[in-house]
Design a protein around this ligand. Sequence first.
Ligand code: DON
Length: 570
Amino acid sequence: MKTHLKFSVFLIILLCGQMAHSAAIIEGQRMVPAQSKDGMVVTSHFLATESALEVLEKGGNAIDAAVTAAFSLAVTQPRSGNIGGGGFMLISSEQKDEVAAIDYREKAPAAASRDMFLDEQGNAVSDRSRYSHLASGVPGTVAGLALALEKFGTISLKEAMAPAIKLAEKGFIVTPRFSNGLKKKEKMLKKWDSSKKIFYKPDGSYYEPGDLFVQPELAETLKRISKNGIKEFYQGKTAELLVAEMKKHGGLITMEDMKNYQPVIREPVHGNYRGYDIYSMSPPSSGGTHVVQILNILEGYPVSEYGHNSAKTIHLMAEAMKRAYADRSHYLGDSDFVKIPLKGITSKKYAAALRQQIDPEKAKPSKDIVPGKPQPYESNETTHFSVVDKWGNAVSNTYTINFSYGSGIVVEGAGFLLNNEMDDFSAKPGVPNAYGLLGGEANKIEPDKRMLSSMSPTIVKKDGKNFLVTGSPGGSRIITTTLQVIMNVIDHGLNIKSAVSAPRVHHQWLPDEIRIEEGISPDTINMLEEMGHTVKQKSSMGAIQSIMIKDGIMYGGADPRRSTSLAAGL
Ligand code: DON
């Protein structure tokens, strides 16, 4: 990266502190604007944003830049950026008038079974599904990114991976967020020698802000993939290292599981909200289905008139959210294994029926809400980034290893963390996963099945043109975080930075509470409580990295909830 660009990015971060997301105009320096006509990248790490921006600068398209961002995040943000996990990518091409969804979600290994996380008494043992080698699904990230590049990109895997390899090999300067994350998760990561030696200094002490962090093992892994392609990850030395790690510690993933992993190109969920086309992720994510369902319910109310984050608006949102999460618990799972009444759940007719059940003045307790009856079938720490280019391509990508630092287990010799995505299955009906989400038969563990996700990479189009590219981490809160950015823009006319920054609310049916961020006024909370809601203020939700395109100008909105976020345009 050019030194002047590096300097101006550094200055922006210094200037903005916790809100590194806007342009700085420095005499004699290049601007890194958060608005542009020629291309925009928004990620949760400024080094990934820069790498991807350089790809656009050299003439690459949004998909090329997105794949570069993903590999760069795997190096600079190991808590969520990954090659040991999986995710979903939505790609919109205005020229072809097409939106494609790449499903590169992890899969259960062939030896997985429904009761694998239950003890002899039949109780779910969460440590097994979260912090053991059994917690990992077969990783999909490398295959998914390669597929995106092959089908929709213009550069080689080698070119796309080069910035990440450099960042792993030469290292990068530790930020406060990076250092704090590792301090917080010391117990989990030091349990495994392979993780301890990567994330802590040889004497066990911490990497502090300003230190150089180098990852030679990861650099070697990335180099092998870059040289030999995805076969290296799924059948070569990397696969062998991963399987040896599994064998040593009682994990299930075999060479056969690795070899059989395939990403899938799927139809995204498509809905319409007040004249805007909403495209979002289809199963095995529940994200798109419920973003569309909740928008459909809310379309029947003049929410812009009721006002942004007013008690009336929050009440209606919470009531709509409860119904959607109740349906999620019953109907959603991997559509390759279970029939999902997708059309029914996302229909306007079903939304109207659910609206009938909503009292505009009074909360209905969640215990009195059960999954609804949509039309039957006709015959669920993560990171998100958004990229657009000047040719009308847009990429909305959310990928994850589930928790911050996934299972906490680094593959010995390969330098990357393994996911703990198996916890997103329903270990036992009625037993919530780490995000308090309930599931049943549809999301039970089966061999080769994908666990239900909430990830909701979304692209909103208006009159055939890409308008909003958005998505977020946040477990069960992903759906409602994404929903609120869409509503903030469409209903409340907020600009993208305000839409991304505004305080958020969340209801997931159970627990029966409206979870709010700091910033909702005390009198609004009082009014909600009078309507019968329980309101709890907790830590911030999500990190939504968004782009809005209006009159040909791309506006970047990086979430201030992540101190390293950066939106930058050409
Ligand atoms: O796929 C899912 O829904 C979860 N594994 C996502 C986890 C997540 O967002 C954690 N990040 N904050």
